[in-house]
Design a protein around this ligand. Structure first.
Ligand SMILES: [Zn+2]
Length: 259
C-alpha cells in the first residue's frame, strides 16, 4: 500500500466496524499521519506475541508502520534440561528469526521467565522502555491469565499507559484461551486471512517450544474469532478506550478493503 492509501484508511475510519485493525486515539492521529503509526506489542515470553497477535502485527508492518515487539523475558525457563542461560540464548535467536518473518523489530525488557515482578521499580523501568518507543498503539497480554508472567506483562503495560502514555491506544490480546487467558470477550477484531500463514511461520520459528503440538489450538481460536466477526479468520482484542484524557480509540475500515 502506498502512503496516500494508508492515510485514506486512517481518515475514513468508521466506528463499529468488525474485522478492523486497531489504530490510535484522535489526539495523536495528526502527529502520527506525518510519521506513520508506531505499534508496540508486549509479550511475556518468546512466542506469545507471535501466537497471540502475529497476524495483526504483520498487517501493521505491511502498512508501513514501525512495529516493535517487547519480550518481557527471554524464556529462560522454557527448555527442559537446559540451563537458564542456554535456554535464553536459544530462544533469543528464535525471537530474532520470528520477528524477521513478521517484518518487525524487537527488544527485551530484562525480566526472568517464571520470576517476573511488578514492583514500583519494575513498573517505572518498564514505563521508561515504552516511552522511548513512543507508541501510538500498544498491544499487550490480557491481564487475567493463569500464567503469572502473562498477567504481569499485561499489568506492566497497563500501568505504563495509564501513568505515562495517556494518549496511546491500548488493546489486549489473548493467548491459549481456555487454559491461560481467562474471561476474554473481544471488543475489536482484525481479519487476518491474508497474514495467518506468515503468523504461523513466525510462531514456528520458536522450534524449541514444539509449536506443532499446540498451534492447532490457536488455529481454532482464529476460526472462532473469525466466526464472531463474520470473516474466516480473525484475532480478537479488548480495547481500553479511555486512558485518562478522554481519548477514544477509533477503528480502521476492514483490513481487506485497505489494500
Ligand atoms: Zn507465555
Amino acid at each position: 500500500m502506498d502512503r496516500r492509501k494508508f492515510i485514506n484508511c486512517l481518515v475514513s475510519a468508521t466506528a463499529g466496524s468488525t474485522a478492523a485493525i486497531p489504530t490510535l486515539g484522535a489526539q495523536t492521529e495528526a502527529a502520527s499521519r506525518s510519521r506513520g503509526l508506531r505499534v508496540v506489542c508486549v509479550g511475556a515470553h518468546p512466542d506469545d506475541p507471535e501466537s497471540g497477535c502475529g497476524g495483526t502485527l504483520r498487517l501493521y508492518a505491511e502498512q508501513g508502520c514501525k512495529v516493535t515487539v517487547v519480550y518481557l523475558t527471554r524464556g529462560e525457563a522454557g527448555i527442559r534440561g537446559r540451563s537458564a542461560t542456554e535456554a535464553a540464548t536459544t530462544r533469543s535467536a528464535e525471537c530474532e528469526a520470528a520477528c524477521q518473518v513478521l517484518g518487525v523489530e524487537h527488544t527485551f525488557a530484562g525480566q526472568i521467565d517464571g520470576a517476573t515482578e511488578i514492583t514500583p521499580e519494575r513498573a517505572s523501568d518498564f514505563a521508561k522502555l515504552l516511552i522511548k518507543l513512543t507508541p501510538d498503539v500498544v498491544l499487550a497480554h490480557w491481564p487475567l491469565d493463569a500464567h503469572a508472567d502473562h498477567a504481569i506483562a499485561g499489568n506492566l503495560a497497563l500501568r505504563a499507559c495509564l501513568s505515562q502514555l495517556p494518549e496511546t491506544s491500548l488493546y489486549f490480546f489473548e493467548v491459549y484461551t481456555g487454559r491461560q487467558t481467562l474471561n476474554f470477550h473481544p471488543t475489536d477484531y482484525v481479519d487476518i486471512h491474508s497474514s495467518r500463514e506468515i503468523k504461523k511461520r513466525a510462531t514456528f520459528a520458536h522450534a524449541s517450544q514444539n509449536p506443532a503440538e499446540w498451534y492447532p489450538h490457536h488455529e481454532k481460536m482464529e476460526q472462532f474469532r473469525g466466526a464472531e466477526a463474520g470473516v474466516s479468520f480473525a484475532e480478537g482484542f479488548v480495547r481500553l478506550a479511555h486512558l485518562g484524557k478522554g481519548v477514544v480509540s477509533r477503528l480502521l475500515p476492514p483490513v481487506r478493503n485497505c489494500g
